[in-house]
Design a protein around this ligand. Structure first.
Ligand code: SF4
Length: 279
């Protein structure tokens, strides 16, 4: 019997939209032989490594900020260096020259500095936002039969309004479903779906890094938007499962649809044995 896969996350959605083969290799564990292949070919692009390290450093920075400790630029750089070093010391395919390392550290540092100049982080820093907390998206929320990874990165409260903030350290240029994707944070706030006057209780904020800049999006959610968000999640998970069924029947990852744009393949961890490189 084919098992049902209930998980939804923004990362899953983005990968699925771009390449079915990559999605399947990342999230479907069909058999041990394929797993060995997955592990042996897995690599992480330097740019993705920088994003990962920058995100880790940002949450460390927030954690200290929450205790009233403000970091200097020197400390941010040193934390970035530490993260880049530990993430490149274990895998042969992430070995880096000092010049390349310094470039990644600088890119991550600048990304963080620009982020801290945005209104919400600035208000946290100058303490005009007093009641706030932060979350790393590691726990899922049960929503009907789905497991949804949708927690906000930062939550703060002003008067009786809850502000849910999502940060995207590397966003795609075109985001046609951005509002609905951001509204998935509402599901994290347990039991909210039946609340009246959603717009009076929540404000949704999105900060996305695109082409060297942070872009800001603010949404006053409505019941209609929340409904559309739920439909989007249901449809996504349905499509993930259709793909799983297809793979289950023929067992061939390489027969699944590939990325339409070769640019997307540049940073793919599964490009080594991908048929796209043989075409
Ligand atoms: S290399 Fe490109 S086509 Fe192949 S799995 Fe990765 S993203 Fe898909």
């Amino acid at each position: 019997m084919i098992r049902y896969l209930p998980q939804w996350s923004l990362t899953r959605r983005k990968i699925f939209t771009n390449c079915a083969r990559r999605f399947a290799l990342q999230y479907f564990n069909m058999d041990k032989a394929k797993m060995v292949r997955r592990k042996s070919t897995r690599f992480i692009a330097h740019h993705d490594l920088m994003i990962k390290c920058t995100r880790i450093v940002f949450f460390e920075l927030l954690s200290d900020l929450h205790r009233g400790v403000v970091w200097s630029d020197k400390l941010i750089i040193s934390k970035m260096r530490f993260q880049i070093n530990i993430h490149t010391s274990t895998k042969a395919n992430t070995k880096l020259s000092l010049k390349k390392k310094n470039l990644l550290i600088r890119n991550g540092f600048l990304r963080l500095k620009k982020l801290m100049k945005q209104e919400i982080p600035r208000k946290i820093l100058d303490k005009s936002i007093k009641e706030w907390s932060f979350y790393e998206r590691i726990k899922s929320t049960k929503f009907g039969h789905l497991d949804v990874y949708c927690s906000p990165d930062i939550v703060y409260r002003e008067n009786s309004v809850w502000h849910l903030v999502r940060l995207n350290f590397q966003s795609e240029h075109k985001q046609p479903f951005l509002d609905l994707e951001l509204c998935s944070m509402l599901l994290w706030s347990q039991g909210n779906q039946y609340l009246p006057n959603l717009a009076d209780k929540f404000v949704i904020h999105g900060l996305s890094f695109v082409k060297g800049k942070w872009f800001y999006r603010k949404i006053r959610p409505s019941q209609k938007l929340l409904q559309e968000t739920k439909q989007l999640l249901e449809k996504d998970v349905h499509n993930f499962n259709l793909l799983f069924e297809k793979l289950y029947r023929n067992g061939d990852y390489d027969a699944l649809p590939l990325a339409k744009y070769s640019l997307y393949c540049k940073r793919c961890p599964y490009k080594v044995n991908c048929p796209i490189n043989l075409e």
